[in-house]
Design a protein around this ligand. Structure first.
Ligand code: ADP
Ligand code: MG
Ligand code: ZN
Length: 607
């Protein structure tokens, strides 16, 4: 995809017209006399003496004017006077009677009169054009922007463009977008049935899932002009400026129809208009203008508006109503197959060992977005270079998953011996509780090498399948696993540390959700006390219940977590031996794989 800023062509056209006029003027006045061959006006006696001296080569007599040349080719004219011997004398001196051309040849006159003077004009024009593009491109060329342009980037398709094939997974989104591309190519097919193209489509999903990428792919597939602009570019300091930009954008689009307009991060201008005192006038005007424009243009002409956002719930409802963005295209986090595909797409760009298997990598990277997966592949390549290898291996990929999840290994942070023992015990606590509950390898790897994210150790869990639902029991087991770390510390070292803060947070969140959102307790039944806003960005929950209920909710949450902690404690106590051995092993080796873990577990169980 080649990105081309389109400055207004008007100033350049004026320039060229002006240049042409100047040339015309020069050709009418100055050039003919300059271009005329040098002709000397001499008196008749000069002519006479030259004819006597046999200095004349050619001669032309035309009425009263005699034009003649000397032997060196110089041209002269003189006024004829009465001179009867003239013809005889000229004949004797060997002059030829012929027509003498004082005008330059046609080719020379075109070359000298038009082409040569045009060159400097073209050169100046070229630089002027370049400069114009620069000032227009930066958008600061005009301070108060009379005209200024919408600032939209126009794309022209090129062979290097992004195609649908470059977007892995996201099949539903691609299908929906494909229809739009298809319409733009063959509107007749749809018109015959009477089907109308959706005027706008809104891509919604968490960050990094490929929304912008999909829009670019649409531009690459559809052979129509593609205007791309970020929502933030409409945000201006001066009231009315953003609205003017919107107007300009749609004007351009209407001229170029069929075409696609893409507004990235539309939530910056599309936020709900609320009745706040001193609300943002500028933004509201911009939004109103956008609403008007989207109503105003004729969808059958083939202008399609695409927009992307990760905050659909904050958008103004007027923007979402049918007739504006009437198609909503979810772009979700990729599933296992999607992750494998995305890894493959990005792996094409790097050199890989032949035996790389993407499936375990994709399993490890559960919940990763497309952008994170792209990053993982790149990290693997970087790691290979660091180690002086020519290609990346399976291990590189595995390590880079951990880097993306937990940060780099911290070489400098040295834990004291005692701290290291406690961390090992804590991590094994988690893993052991999980293993005892599920009776299978709960982890792929446990390590106590500190990471830059601040984790002193961590347990890498890998789910075999894809989970879309969680049962109540699974959630309880999970809470139990979270509490296992702290429980192990208490059991072995009889002290509590700050290391469990993240576990506590996670366990509490789960327990609270059970009560207030999932309706998983008998006391509260199926009542939602919390609503999640902003589902794609962290998912903050807002509580809406009476203070009394809130108190009871809190009590229930404490009860759930505490009962799970006791369960974890019990499980660990029953297997204290295993806990010691595993912790010791981890302390010595710093890293333990799932297989080693299970082996030691079964060994101790046999005894
Ligand atoms: P956002 O949804 O936040 O707009 P982007 O489209 O900017 O995300 O994606 C960022 C990067 O992540 C892309 O440039 C691409 O390299 C990678 N990526 C995301 N999703 C995919 C996907 N489905 N297939 C291939 N690459 C992807
Ligand atoms: Mg984006
Ligand atoms: Zn922990």
């Amino acid at each position: 995809m080649q990105e081309v800023k389109k400055p207004s062509k008007k100033p350049m056209i004026f320039y060229y017209i002006l240049a042409l006029l100047i040339l015309l003027l020069l050709n009418a006045t100055l050039f003919p006399s300059v271009l005329r061959k040098q002709v000397q006006d001499v008196s008749y006696d000069v002519f006479m003496s030259m004819s006597y001296d046999k200095q004349i080569d050619q001669v032309q007599i035309e009425g009263d004017i005699i034009t003649f040349t000397d032997l060196d080719g110089g041209i002269y004219t003189t006024n004829a006077t009465d001179d009867p011997d003239r013809t005889q004398r000229l004949y004797e001196c060997g002059a030829t009677f012929t027509e003498i051309d004082t005008q330059p040849g046609l080719l020379t006159s075109i070359l000298v009169g038009w082409v040569l003077p045009l060159l400097p004009f073209l050169l100046i024009g070229f630089f002027l054009n370049k400069k114009l593009q620069k000032t227009m491109g930066s958008g600061d060329g005009m301070m108060f922007g009379m005209g200024g342009g919408s600032g939209a980037k126009a794309y022209i398709p090129s062979s290097a463009g992004i195609r649908f094939a470059d977007v892995a997974g996201e099949d539903e989104a691609k299908e929906l977008l494909h229809e739009i591309v298809d319409f733009l190519h063959d509107p007749e097919k749809y018109r015959e049935i009477g089907a109308k193209l959706p005027k706008g489509a809104l891509l919604v999903g968490p960050p990094g899932t490929g929304k912008t990428l999909l829009a670019k792919a649409v531009a690459g597939e559809a052979n129509v002009p593609f205007f791309s602009i970020a929502g933030s570019e409409f945000v201006e300091m001066f009231v009315g400026r953003g609205a003017a930009k919107v107007r300009d954008l749609f004007k351009q689009a209407n001229e170029k129809a069929p075409c696609i307009v893409f507004i990235d991060e539309i939530d910056t201008i599309g936020k709900k208009r609320d009745g706040q005192v001193g609300g943002n006038d500028e933004r509201e005007q911009t939004l109103n203008q956008l609403l008007t424009e989207m109503d105003g243009f004729d969808g059958s002409k083939g202008v399609v508006v695409l927009a992307a956002t990760n905050r659909p719930d904050s958008l103004d409802p007027a923007l979402l109503r049918p007739g504006r963005f009437d198609r909503r295209i979810p772009v979700e986090l990729p599933d296992l197959q999607g992750r494998v595909d995305i890894l493959k797409v990005h792996a094409k760009n790097i050199k890989l060992a032949d035996d790389v298997d993407f499936t375990p990598i994709a399993k490890m990277a559960a919940g990763a977005s497309g952008a994170e997966l792209a990053n993982i592949v790149n990290e693997a390549a970087l790691r290979a270079v660091r180690d002086g290898r020519k290609f990346a291996t399976q291990e590189d990929l595995q390590e880079s998953v951990e880097v993306v999840i937990a940060g780099y290994q911290k070489k400098t942070r040295v834990l004291s011996d005692q701290e290291k023992k406690i961390v090992a015990c804590h991590e094994i606590g988690h893993a052991l509780v999980a293993a005892l509950q599920s009776h299978s390898a709960p982890v792929q790897k446990i390590t106590i090498i500190p990471r830059t994210s601040g984790a002193l150790g961590y347990t890498l869990q890998v789910d075999d399948g894809e989970h879309f639902l969680m049962s109540k029991q699974e959630i309880l087991d999970k809470i139990c696993t979270y509490t296992g770390g702290r429980a192990a510390e208490e059991l072995v070292y009889h002290c509590v540390t700050t290391g469990a803060s993240n576990d506590i947070e996670q366990a509490t969140k789960l327990a609270r959700s059970m009560v207030s959102r999932f309706g998983m307790t008998d006391e509260f039944g199926m009542v939602a006390f919390e609503t999640v806003s902003n589902q794609y960005l962290g998912g903050d929950a807002t509580l809406s219940c009476s203070p009394e209920t809130q108190t009871r909710l809190d009590e229930k949450v404490i009860e759930i977590v505490e009962s799970q902690r006791q369960k974890a404690m019990r499980l660990l106590k029953e297997n204290e031996d295993t806990l010691y051995r595993l912790s010791q092993y981890l302390y010595e080796h710093e890293t333990i794989t799932g297989a080693e873990f299970m082996q030691i577990l079964s060994q101790t169980a046999e005894k």
